[in-house]
Design a protein around this ligand. Structure first.
Ligand SMILES: Nc1ncnc2c1ncn2[C@@H]1O[C@H](COP(=O)(O)OP(=O)(O)O)[C@@H](O)[C@H]1O
Ligand SMILES: Nc1ccn([C@H]2C[C@H](O)[C@@H](COP(=O)(O)OP(=O)(O)O)O2)c(=O)n1
Ligand SMILES: [Mg+2]
Length: 191
């Protein structure tokens, strides 16, 4: 059984940054759904490259069959991790249902780390990110924020109803955020 912490929040809220620190210090393995999709897009011979690029630019969500298969493969290939940080997933109802269908009995959701941050700050961070991403531009960001508000936030609310959400405000320094994140892991991660 894989232990899983979902990490959600608007684009630019700092999910990748905080996950890297958790991986380094707490021994969880960081799996970014976006990074896995970008790698699949680049993989020679992938039949999904064009479809993935289309969704990424458009700020829409890739069908779960693709994303969940990438996540499950990555978990199975990571050896004996004490847990996985699944960053940027599930982002919509399709993601959630596909995960439940494919991973029930194989993964245990420990909690959902929700990095909350005002959208204008998130947009500014993405525009300054400097990773050359095809979706860190004003037009794609507008669509990504819309997708977040209409599709991802309801998923966070769903987990909230189940008592699984741990919110950490991320309009602060990485050090301040991380200190609260460690508290959350100390309180709730059963390892
Ligand atoms: N707490 C923070 N304060 C200021 N900038 C941050 C903070 N956390 C992350 N960043 C920067 O914001 C950008 C987006 O961060 P990232 O971790 O990639 O977010 P996400 O994965 O949620 O999109 C990056 O350039 C990162 O260096
Ligand atoms: N579960 C996911 C995660 C990401 N994607 C696609 C669509 C997203 O806008 C892009 C980028 O996701 P990523 O998590 O890397 O973006 P942020 O870190 O939130 O800025 O990838 C997806 O289709 N399904
Ligand atoms: Mg990210």
């Amino acid at each position: 059984m894989h232990n899983v912490v979902f990490v959600l929040g608007p684009p630019g809220s700092g999910k990748g940054t905080i996950c890297a620190k958790i991986q380094e210090n707490l021994g969880y393995v960081h799996l970014s759904a976006g990074d896995l999709l970008r790698a699949e897009r680049q993989r020679e011979g992938s039949e999904f490259g064009a479809l993935i690029e289309q969704h990424i630019r458009n700020g829409s969500i890739v069908p779960v069959e693709i994303t969940c298969a990438l996540l499950e493969n990555a978990m199975n290939n990571s050896g004996d991790a004490k847990g996985f940080l699944v960053d940027g997933f599930p982002r919509n109802e399709d993601n959630l249902q596909g995960w439940n269908k494919q991973m029930t009995g194989k993964a245990l959701i420990q909690f959902v780390l929700f990095l909350s941050c005002p959208v204008p700050i998130c947009i500014q961070r993405c525009l300054n990110r400097g990773q050359g991403r095809t979706d860190d531009n004003e037009e794609s960001l507008k669509k990504r924020v819309e997708t977040y508000n209409h599709q991802t936030f309801p998923i966070i609310e769903h987990f909230e109803k189940n008592g699984l959400v741990r919110e950490v405000k991320s309009e602060r320094s990485v050090e301040e955020i991380y200190a609260d994140v460690v508290e959350v892991f100390n309180q709730t991660a059963k390892v």
